[in-house]
Design a binder for this molecule. Sequence first.
Ligand code: ZN
Length: 76
Amino acid sequence: MPIYEYCCPKCGVKFELLRPMSRANEDAPCPTCKNGAKRAVSTFAAFIKSDSGSSSAVAGSGGCSTCSATSCAGCH
Ligand SMILES: [Zn+2]
């Protein structure tokens, strides 16, 4: 599930919330004042946590083509 960032207009607190994409634009209850906090779109966090709990690093497309190392300083 994606993590969305919300900002409370009343007390200014920022918090993140895991919620389904279909509910991303709904107001989220502020943990401090229970006011409806709006989604902070400008700082949208594109983290996707896998259900297994481990955040697997995605193999970059800029990896080395001549060896299997992801960070390759020796073969270029
Ligand atoms: Zn608040």
